[in-house]
Design a protein around this ligand. Structure first.
Ligand SMILES: Cc1ncc(COP(=O)(O)O)c(C=O)c1O
Length: 347
């Protein structure tokens, strides 16, 4: 039976493989990747490393594993990691940094998710046997919980300067770095060059069913491969999904501009509604976060109302919602969503 079609704005992770992607999966050449034998995985790793201007890369099953493999490969237990308080690593990776790598996370509140070099400088621990040693700075670009906001390149450059002066490593959670690059026109490698490791996801806006890639120099990748194995992420004939990743990189980067346009159209329409509060400054890529001002309405009520109209959404708090555009949502869907919002908020 065909699946019922919803306008699914819960996340850009909900996309289903297109016919072209399924064909690439069907035709994939495979081998045992733990033994280094899978030609499709190798192709994907080289492709992503080249795009990011890094020497090597390693394929992992998820963005979470990509981040955690990078953290473990760049630090020692007992060290401290500076990151934004709203970051995915701090809030949404089940405490893995402390559980798997013995790290202490040191969160700071950025402006719309963006940390400045001045803020970071203030939080670097002085050398003293009482303190955990600051070892790593993590930035998230685009920043998910801030609404898909983009790190200005100058800010990254300033943070890099401070980090290097203090002998700190830098990791980029670039789950949606593709979106930042398409929105600004800044090449991926220009963003990536300030980081010791960069993790990117294939299963968000790019529409692959599974997979992320972590990149860095050969010494880092050697450690990352070992840590991936330790975390249970060594995979066998995995070219079967890496082929989807290659298809995604070859076909679905430029079209992210459509998702950004749709998010803007949606945000501008919602901003006109009495009961909704949107900080338009946060609408930079494929997300729209907003608050419900109306005292009598809340996000759980709205999720139900939208679902009655075949629109799927998630509440991110009692009064807060995040809508995400992606390749399975077209402009017509956006217009329908706007009409439903207008109707529901008039009630
Ligand atoms: C910024 C960011 N990093 C990492 C991840 C983790 O990706 P995964 O769900 O593949 O583990 C996500 C997931 O949404 C994310 O938004």
């Amino acid at each position: 039976m065909p699946q019922k079609r919803y306008i699914d704005l819960r996340s850009d992770t909900v996309t289903r493989p297109s016919p072209g992607m399924r064909k690439a999966i069907f035709e994939a050449e495979v081998g045992d990747d733990v033994l280094g034998d899978d030609p499709t995985v190798k192709r994907l790793e080289i492709m992503v490393a080249t795009l990011l201007g890094k020497e090597e890369a390693v394929y992992v099953p998820s963005g979470t594993m990509g981040n955690q493999v990078a953290l473990k490969s760049l630090t020692s237990p007992g060290e401290e990691v500076i990151l934004d308080v709203g970051s995915h690593i701090y809030n949404n990776e089940a405490g893995a940094a402390s559980a798997l790598s013995g790290l202490q996370l040191h969160p700071i509140k950025g402006e719309r998710g963006i940390l400045s070099s001045v803020q970071i400088l203030q939080e670097i621990r002085p050398l003293n046997i009482h303190h955990p040693q600051t070892a790593l700075v993590v930035l998230e670009n685009t920043h998910n919980s801030a609404g898909g906001t983009i790190y200005p390149l100058e800010v990254i450059q300033d943070v890099h300067k401070v980090a290097k002066e203090h002998n700190l490593k830098m990791h980029l959670d670039g789950a949606r770095l593709w979106n930042a690059s398409v929105a600004t026109g800044i090449p991926l490698k220009e963003y990536a060059k300030y980081f010791d490791s960069v993790s990117v996801c294939l299963s968000k806006g790019l529409g692959a069913p599974i997979g992320s890639v972590v990149s860095g120099n050969p010494e880092f990748i050697k450690r990352a491969r070992r840590n991936r194995k330790m975390f249970g992420g060594g995979m066998r004939q995995v070219g079967i999904i890496a082929a989807a990743g290659i298809y995604a990189v070859e076909n679905n980067i430029e079209r992210l501009a459509d998702d950004h346009k749709n998010a803007k159209i949606l945000a501008e329409a919602l901003a006109k509604l009495e009961g909704i509060n949107i900080d338009m400054e946060t609408v930079q890529t494929n997300m729209v976060i907003f608050e419900i001002k109306d005292e009598k309405k809340d996000a759980f009520w709205l999720v139900e109302k939208l679902k009655e109209n075949d629109i799927l959404t998630l509440a991110s708090g009692k009064k807060k919602m995040r809508l995400v555009t992606h390749l399975d949502v077209n402009e017509e869907d956006i217009q329908k969503t706007i009409e439903v919002f207008e109707r529901v908020f008039k009630q």
